[in-house]
Design a protein around this ligand. Structure first.
Ligand SMILES: [Zn+2]
Length: 329
């Protein structure tokens, strides 16, 4: 059953590797972030992951031999059962990488691989906003827009691990071109870079916008933080951009609600950290657009775990797969 007293999790991102060590209850004992150095290719990145694990274990005062298993979250597409990562735009050179096998050989641990947004959803289910909720959708709004779907208390992966691609739901068929090749996806309208792009485009019409002042007069330095700050100060352009963002997200959530009729939608990611300033107008849009019975028991709430969600989800994945506790709390 179990061959160790601790669990390990790694959240692999395009810029950072986030590793954590927890006890069997999932209580984090140490976490650590190191740069991915993705440009060096998959083998180098896997070495970095092993190094991050070693450093996190050292920080936690845990021997590698005391770790029962390792869960890993990666951007998709992937095959979660085989632990293979196909190709992913943020990790150059990754083509059908047998990540679980490579990590198992390097660490001697049982390794389980899952989509990162799915793991963030799992983390929120056991330790965050999703506690006690069996049917919910987690949406991460950040550099991109990802999603994790929990149905009946379990991750809904779809038949080829491709469920939850909420960022590529088309919101405006005449909208701007998305990285995926189609037009008007939620991601190309409401992700962090999309919000910035719309604000910067608006500066032509609103050259005196507070957004530009907050960015020290540099249009290329504008961040979503400046935009939300300017909106709070009453800046007209920023308010329009935030309002539009809420409309796009609210429309996407409405589509999800009409398909799945969940009890809860959790908004996370870097942009989600702004909280009620975004959630309030998003709720208004969803309440306007959905059927009354679809929203009767619906809540839209902010994620609680921040950057820890993915690594906690990875630890929970390892725990579940190892059947340390066949029925999770
Ligand atoms: Zn797309």
């Amino acid at each position: 059953m179990m061959a160790g007293k601790y669990l390990a999790g790694i959240d692999l991102g395009g810029t950072k590797i986030y590793a954590g060590i927890a006890d069997l209850e999932g209580k984090l004992m140490a976490t650590l972030k190191i740069p991915t150095e993705a440009e060096n290719g998959p083998q180098a990145v896997v070495s970095r992951m092993v190094e991050s694990l070693r450093l996190a274990a050292e920080k936690a005062g845990v021997k590698m031999s005391e770790i029962a298993g390792l869960g890993v979250g990666t951007p998709g597409p992937l095959n979660s059962r085989a632990g293979i990562v196909y190709t992913t735009p943020n990790l150059p050179g990754w083509v059908e990488v047998p990540l679980a096998d490579w990590l198992a050989v390097a660490t001697g641990l049982p390794v389980f691989v899952e989509n990162d947004a799915n793991l963030a959803a799992l983390g929120e289910k056991y330790f965050g906003t999703g506690q006690g909720v069996d049917n919910f959708v987690f949406i991460t709004v950040s550099t991109g827009i990802g999603g994790g779907i929990i149905l009946g208390g379990q991750i809904w992966r779809g038949v080829t691990d491709m469920a939850g691609e909420i960022g590529h739901m088309v919101i405006d068929t005449n909208g701007p071109r998305c990285n995926c090749g189609r037009q008007g996806c939620l991601e190309v309208l409401a992700s962090g870079p999309a919000i910035v792009r719309r604000a910067v485009a608006g500066l032509k019409e609103y050259p005196d916008s507070a957004i530009l002042r907050l960015a020290s007069g540099q249009a290329q330095g504008v961040t979503t933080h400046h935009i939300f700050q300017a909106a709070r100060e009453g800046d007209p352009l920023a308010q329009v951009v935030v309002h539009e963002t809420a409309f796009y997200l609210g429309t996407g959530i409405t589509n999800v609600v009409h398909v799945l009729n969940p009890a809860l939608v959790i908004i996370g990611g870097g942009v989600g950290k702004v909280g009620e300033q975004l959630l309030r107008p998003v709720r208004e849009v969803v309440w306007e657009q959905t059927f009354a019975r679809s929203r009767e028991r619906l809540e839209i709430r902010q994620a609680r775990l921040g950057d820890d969600a993915g690594v906690l989800g990875a630890i929970l994945l390892a725990r579940g797969e190892l059947e340390l506790r066949p029925s999770c709390p």
